[in-house]
Design a protein around this ligand. Structure first.
Ligand code: MG
Length: 282
């Protein structure tokens, strides 16, 4: 069996919507992405303890995701107002916090940090757009000094918008964490077509599924268990093969309020992906 496409799961310690590391172990998942823990727990001692656990469980950490106090995914306008480095009121503080998260990821020996940047304005001539380029460059530069790449989570932007933005930032360590369900949930484009367009920048991915809203882009689509939505998982994996992606298949299922169901559905996703991986890679 090749090392290509190890299964992964999105995990949390004390913040974010992922599963506990113990669940990853129980499900036999060999890699995780981690939602950064709260600021007060991002200590060297905690990093060492977490590393020891990863080693003990035989799990590899592939990315650390930043998330911030005050972010809300309640509806699309709220995301616009509250998420990522785009909202001006919180931008400086969040940039500083992302740098701390980069330092914490370094303590964990992790070469990738990632985040939802927020809704990037579409008018590339606007001062606002230029300011977001500057803040993204500063974060890329900081990550590079820590030996890391920065991956932008997809969702809010169309594939064309993302390509434009990455091209305008002009940093060699800026890549994409592709989430096909988000393209559907936010109504930002057909995910398979989008994946082909941004393929050369895709360095990590989420395996998540969703169904289109009646009015895409105005209201949320619905996140559903893997294989039950509009992504088309086999086609998704075939397209990942086509673009030459060989990183982990990281399952994301954001229902921490229902831990039993979350674990059961992730277990199902592990089985589905294992089966499809064998079929697609042959
Ligand atoms: Mg995602």
């Amino acid at each position: 069996m090749s090392d290509r496409w190890p299964i992964g799961v999105f995990a949390s310690i004390d913040a974010g919507l992922g599963v506990k590391l113990e669940v990853a172990r129980e499900l036999g998942v060999p890699t995780i992405q981690l939602h950064a823990p709260h600021q007060q727990t991002r200590t060297k001692a905690n990093a060492d303890a977490f590393l020891a656990k990863l080693k003990d469980y035989g799990i590899r950490l592939t990315a650390v995701f930043g998330g911030f106090e005050g972010e809300s995914y309640a509806d699309i306008p709220t995301v616009d107002r509250t998420v990522g480095l785009v909202p001006l009121e919180t931008r400086a503080a969040r940039l500083a916090e992302m740098k701390e998260i980069s330092d914490f990821a370094k303590l964990l020996g992790c070469p990738v940090i990632a985040l939802h940047l927020g809704f990037v304005p579409h008018n590339t001539q606007a001062t606002w757009y230029q300011e977001i380029l500057i803040v993204t460059r500063e974060l890329c530069k900081y990550a590079a000094a820590n030996g890391q790449a920065l991956h932008l989570e997809t969702g809010q932007e169309s594939a064309a918008g993302l390509l434009q933005f990455i091209g305008d930032v002009r940093c060699e360590n800026l890549y994409i964490n592709f989430d096909p369900a988000n393209m559907i949930l936010y109504g930002s484009g057909e995910p398979i077509e989008a994946l082909r367009m941004v393929g050369k920048y895709v360095r990590s991915i989420h395996c998540k599924d969703g169904t289109w809203a009646a009015n895409p882009g105005k209201e949320w689509g619905r996140e559903v268990p893997l294989g039950e939505g509009d992504v088309g998982m086999e086609n998704y994996l075939r397209t990942l093969k086509e673009i030459g992606y060989d990183g982990p298949l990281t399952i994301e299922r954001e229902i921490p309020q229902e831990p039993e169901r979350q674990k059961a559905e992730i277990g199902h996703a592990v089985r589905l992906l294992t089966e499809l991986r064998a079929k697609v890679l042959g």
